[in-house]
Design a protein around this ligand. Structure first.
Ligand SMILES: [Zn+2]
Length: 425
């Protein structure tokens, strides 16, 4: 909330002149007094005893937009937007927690409830003495043993969607209590070593009209079968290799529904939009290859873990007898931003114009492994390509693992080359 808005609100609740209140507020804020405290001391100064004394020990009401990671404990009146139920491991015990978002007119905030306050989307509550902690740079509310939750009769109107129903394209890592309608495109049963020993899970891919996403079902549901359409009520979203991944749990209500249409094509985006979205599972980017990077062409991998090794040394497995492979790391630029496109061995063989064996022969004849990367660079640099694949964004940058890589047919340079070769013939 801006200083001006705060002054306006104070002036009207205290029945005093706004300019006077604003001058006082500005002074307090200039002394680095947090806005909430400043407002509180002005309430005391102008004698609004009701809200300043409050109930014993409960902090003053705070607007959500004013909460910062440094706010300490707060009391808020808010609408419950979403509720997700999850079991986590806490201090060696399985504990059930509830997570989602709360909102008032000023903003919204994530919460974690460590007790079952029987929250439902749409409820209006006053949470007294809620803790504030920082999560990923943002404040988050903790509703725990010392928090009082009171239901309010009058629903608070908020400028946000109530309930967790979303299209797959709108899911983001960190989302809780979401409900999606989707078709199961691929599913595989696997045994993993979970926190309670060996356990069976399902993993695969789901899709709707907007996009496709990977999923994991931690408590295999029989309704989740290839080709089936299902409503998944109360899923949470985390990140798997930099893209959103849907998690179905024992608390998810899984229901068979009528056939869900699936968008088979990738989402077309500019490189900038794709990178700013933080990761896209299936994206189509079009741009020019401006550089084929080091680490392209013939490479060697650890036979144990598949990591790229140099001088027969794996970072994890030490001295190894490496296996030959080939790949491309190319920088694609569409004028908005750049991304590193990674081609695996099959796509690399295609752009190189020969198999791994051919490439090894080529390098042996030239007595230089670099000739393979050089030929690839000649074939790619300066040309325009459409690339489809999974984009991940992390501390190493933006990487697109390509599933398809095609030269643009209407690329002027390609057309010119084709035309010239016709003229020459
Ligand atoms: Zn290794």
């Amino acid at each position: 909330m801006s200083l001006d808005d705060a002054a306006e609100e104070l002036a009207s609740t205290l029945g005093v002149d706004k300019t006077e209140v604003k001058a006082d507020l500005e002074k307090l804020v200039s002394y680095s007094v947090p806005m909430d405290e400043a407002k509180q001391s002005l309430r005391r100064k102008y004698g609004d005893a009701g809200s300043s004394s409050g109930q014993s020990g409960s902090p003053p009401k705070t607007e959500i937009d004013d909460i910062t990671p440094e706010s300490g404990n707060v009391s808020v009146t808010a609408r419950v937007l979403t509720v997700g139920k999850r079991s986590i491991r806490y201090e060696g015990e399985n504990q059930i927690i509830f997570e989602g978002e709360l909102a008032d007119e000023s903003g919204r905030i994530s919460y974690t409830a460590w007790n079952d306050f029987s929250l439902s989307p749409g409820d209006t509550i006053t949470a007294g003495n809620a803790g504030v902690r920082e999560w990923d740079g943002e404040p988050e509310l903790n509703l725990g043993g010392s928090t009082t939750v009171t239901m309010q009769e009058e629903p608070l109107s908020v400028p946000y969607e109530i309930g967790g129903e979303r299209d797959l394209i709108d899911l983001e890592p960190g989302d809780r209590g979401r409900t999606v309608d989707a078709k199961v495109l691929e599913v595989e049963r696997r045994t993993i070593n979970g926190r309670d020993g060996e356990t069976e899970i399902l993993s695969g891919e789901i899709g709707d009209e907007t996009t496709r996403l990977p999923f994991t079902d931690w408590d295999p549901h029989s309704e989740i079968a290839a080709g089936a359409s299902v409503r998944l009520a109360d899923v949470y979203v985390d990140e798997f290799r930099g893209v959103p991944s849907v998690n179905v749990t024992e608390f998810t209500a899984v229901e068979s529904i009528g056939d869900v249409e699936v968008n088979e094509s990738a989402t077309e985006m500019t490189v900038r939009a794709a990178v700013e979205s933080g990761g896209v599972y299936d994206v189509l980017l079009t741009g020019s290859v401006i550089e084929v990077r080091d680490g392209s062409g013939l490479i060697q991998r650890c036979p144990e873990c598949g990591r790229v090794v140099q001088n027969d040394q794996c970072r994890t497995h030490g001295q190894v007898d490496p296996e030959d492979d080939m790949r491309v790391k190319a920088i694609l630029d569409d004028g908005t931003e750049t991304v590193t496109v990674i081609l695996g061995s099959d796509l690399t063989a295609r752009v190189y114009g020969g198999s791994l064996e051919d490439a090894l022969d080529h390098a042996r004849d030239a007595m230089d492994r670099g000739v393979v990367a050089e030929r690839i660079a000649d074939a790619l640099e300066g040309r325009e390509f459409s690339v489809r694949g999974a984009l991940s964004v992390d501390e190493y940058g933006a990487n697109l693992n390509a599933t398809a890589f095609d030269e643009r047919a209407d690329d002027p340079k390609a057309l010119a080359t084709a035309f010239l070769s016709e003229v020459d013939a």
